[in-house]
Design a binder for this molecule. Structure first.
Ligand code: ISL
Ligand code: CA
Length: 558
């Protein structure tokens, strides 16, 4: 019998502090606001809160550009507020996982200010500086946010690397002093009593030797730095060093955000022997609906074919089983709303499809992550227009793909942004149907989705059939039924274009999880043994072989 770890039975609720709850009506969500909503998270049943970055930051990338790792962003409150939040969460049995963003800092961090000040500054080597090559960038890598991955510094005549925004210079992990400085900082957070780290773009820490040029797709200006850097030569050494110097010091949970991770590397990052991290966020299922033109990357609006999704998630379920551990997610602050992307936000299908997606995810093997608002079925924000967007990824896409390169026109990009843009997830949490949805009485930092009169927490809590209570039940099953943690996963009918059905096979029982993605009733026959009980469904009754629109049901039998 393998022993089950606490984080394998846990469900994580992700909070984007800027958009969760404002306590002082400056229009920006804050720590006191989160504290005031802990009972809501408790009611849902989540065990862990992952907080997006709350550290001091000039907010070029909403907190992912950190100017001081040990100071709370004054917009969010103080260190006292943080400590209060942590102890109030712990008092309710809720753990708190912090975002760790150490692939890069902000350009306003004192390390970078020193590093930039001269070529012989002791901090010069904290970042990645290179001479120009033929008067150009040192190599042809592109930034994740469009444009080049290098910025020229006039004063010292060199370029620095920024895989993300210009204000996010990459730290030089090859420098042992950088590593030790980061580990010391992490230990101080561990000493404070936090319960884990979500590690931003952790697969990008180790850059390839010589920083070689990469292949440039047709029509594109740059090589993919993601392809060039992810899972670099020293990454596993760095994580093992982190394990020894920090992570072994406490029973904390770790999840690495691993863009471009493949199964082979995931097996090492998330190995069961605990030598590196507990689990990773993989992105393959988030990339199945990318544009066929690599120059446009994620920007597209065509829904993905179900068999591709099944094939992909099944690969991760099967390949990591017994060897490593999966994370499970449909949403986060970088992704659009799942009900709009994989289900349907049409009024007639909204609730059923949101519940179906929830069931499909929560019965898989891994640790589920619920992004704030997902539990009430918040949708993409079609009412936001160019003047409303805040996200640097959206703004840079317009600047480079539309204005500089003329690859698409602004209206087409707007359609894509309404389907895929990150601000879809970042509009304020919808608590009530009152002023600004109960988020703030000030001016919200980002416009609200205008459907908050229909989709909000108040309404969800009043309705016993709501999406919220469906999530509540699913979370309880994860706590109560070991088979959800340990059962073997088995995909049924891989080619079925409308139904995603799978089994979880335990020693003495099985679960059969049937999920329809069809908007009409369809008929499917499954081998359901006599006496099977329906554990959960998104319809009130059972229609046997008929699956109604987005119907989802789970059978349990011996
Ligand atoms: O957002 C993305 C696609 O739309 C991703 O490429 C994303 O940039 C990548 O997964 C890394 O994300 C993380 O690091 C970024 C930050 O902007 C994201 O919010 C964060 O989740 C840089 O720190
Ligand atoms: Ca505030």
């Amino acid at each position: 019998e393998q022993s089950i770890k606490w984080w394998q039975k846990a469900v994580v609720y992700q909070i984007y502090p800027r958009s969760f709850q404002d306590s002082n009506n400056d229009g920006i969500g804050d720590l006191k606001g989160i504290e005031s909503r802990l009972d809501y998270v408790k009611k849902l049943g989540a065990d862990v809160i992952w907080l997006n970055p709350v550290y001091d930051s000039p907010n070029e990338d909403n907190g992912y550009d950190i100017s001081d790792y040990e100071v709370i962003n004054p917009e969010f409150g103080s260190m006292e507020d943080f400590e209060s939040l942590l102890s109030e969460a712990h008092a309710r049995g809720i753990k708190i996982v912090m975002d760790l963003v150490v692939n890069h800092s902000s350009s306003k961090h004192k390390w970078f200010i020193e590093s930039k000040s001269s070529k012989d500054n002791p901090k010069r080597d904290f970042y990645i500086w290179r001479d120009p090559v033929d008067g150009h960038e040192p190599n042809n890598w592109g930034s994740f946010f469009s444009g080049p991955a290098w910025k020229f510094d006039e004063e010292t005549g060199q370029y620095y690397m920024h895989l993300f925004a210009e204000g996010q210079p990459d730290l030089n992990w090859a420098n042992p002093e950088v590593r030790q400085t980061v580990f010391d900082m992490m230990n101080r957070w561990v000493d404070k009593g936090i319960d884990g780290f979500r590690m931003d773009v952790i697969s990008l820490l180790s850059k390839p030797d010589g920083l070689p040029d990469g292949p440039v797709p047709e029509d594109a200006h740059y090589a993919s730095s993601n392809d060039m850097v992810a899972n670099g030569p020293k990454i596993h050494d760095y994580l093992q060093e982190m394990r020894e110097k920090v992570l072994n010091n406490a029973d904390i949970m770790t999840v690495g955000e691993a863009s471009n991770v493949d199964i082979k590397n995931a097996k090492r990052y998330a190995a069961k022997d605990g030598s590196e991290l507990n689990m990773v966020f993989q992105f393959e299922h988030m990339e199945l609906d990318e544009n066929a033109d690599p120059a446009l990357g994620k920007w597209d609006n065509t829904p993905l074919p179900l068999p591709k999704l099944k094939e992909n998630l099944t690969k991760w379920q099967n390949e990591l089983a017994d060897i490593a551990w999966n994370s499970l997610y449909w949403e986060n602050h970088d992704q659009p709303r799942s009900v709009s992307r994989f289900g349907s936000d049409k009024p007639e299908f909204h609730a059923v499809s949101a519940k179906m997606l929830a069931t499909l995810l929560h019965f898989m093997q891994g640790t589920p992550y619920i992004y704030q608002g997902q539990e009430i079925g918040m949708t993409n924000a079609y009412n936001l227009d160019w003047e409303d967007f805040n996200d640097i990824e959206i703004k840079n896409a317009r600047r480079y793909l539309v204005e500089r390169d003329g690859l698409i026109d602004a209206d087409t990009l707007l359609d894509y942004v309404h389907y895929k843009g990150r601000d879809n997830a970042r509009t304020p949490m919808q608590w009530t149907d009152g002023e600004n949805a109960g988020f703030t009485t000030g001016t919200p930092w980002l416009k609200l989705n205008n459907n908050f009169n229909k989709i909000n927490v108040d309404k969800a809590l009043e309705d016993e059939d709501s999406i919220f209570y469906h999530y509540q039940k699913l979370i309880a099953f994860r706590h109560d039924l070991d088979i959800v943690t340990t059962g073997r996963y088995e995909l049924l009918d891989p080619e079925d274009e409308q139904v995603y059905a799978y089994k979880r096979v335990g020693e003495n029982e099985e679960l059969l999880v049937i999920n329809s993605f069809a908007e009409e009733s369809i008929v499917r026959e499954f081998d359901v043994p006599e006496g099977a009980e329906i554990l959960i469904s998104n319809y009130k009754d059972d229609a046997g072989k008929t699956l109604r629109p987005y119907e989802s049901k789970v059978y349990r039998y011996a």
